[in-house]
Design a protein around this ligand. Structure first.
Ligand code: SF4
Ligand code: SF4
Length: 104
C-alpha cells in the first residue's frame, strides 16, 4: 500500500503535510507535495481526505485484494466519496457519512 501524488493537480496548500501523522509529506521548491519514501507510508489515508483537489491517490495492491486499483476521495460536506478505479477501466464509488464514523 502506498500513495501517489499527481504534481499537475497539486496546488501546494500543505494540508496533506499537516495531516500526515508520520510527518512524511513535504513541499518541494516548486511548492508541490512529495513523499520521501513511499515505503514509510502505512496507508492511514489522512492525506487523501485532507487534499482539496484529489491530487493524492492510494494504490491498492494485491496484498489487500486491490490488484493495482487506485483510490481517491472527494469530500461533499459530511460525505466522503471514495472512488476506486480498477486497471481494466472499471470504477466504483463508496460513499461514507463521516457523522457515522463512531457509530459501531
Ligand atoms: S496515507 Fe497516512 S501515513 Fe501515508 S502519507 Fe498519507 S497521511 Fe501519511
Ligand atoms: S493537500 Fe493536495 S494540493 Fe495540498 S499540498 Fe497536498 S497534494 Fe498538494
Amino acid at each position: 500500500m502506498s500513495i501517489r501524488i499527481d504534481r499537475n493537480k497539486c496546488i501546494g496548500c500543505g494540508r496533506c503535510s499537516d495531516a500526515c501523522p508520520g510527518n512524511l509529506l513535504w513541499l518541494d521548491k516548486e511548492n508541490k507535495a512529495f513523499i520521501k519514501d513511499v515505503r514509510d507510508c502505512w496507508g492511514c489515508t489522512s492525506c487523501l481526505k485532507a487534499c482539496p483537489v484529489t491530487a493524492i491517490s492510494f494504490y491498492l495492491g494485491a496484498d489487500i485484494g486491490g490488484c493495482g486499483s487506485q483510490m481517491t476521495v472527494e469530500r461533499n460536506g459530511f460525505i466522503y466519496n471514495w472512488r476506486i478505479k480498477t486497471p481494466d477501466g472499471g470504477e466504483k464509488v463508496i460513499s461514507v457519512d463521516s457523522r457515522n464514523s463512531n457509530a459501531y
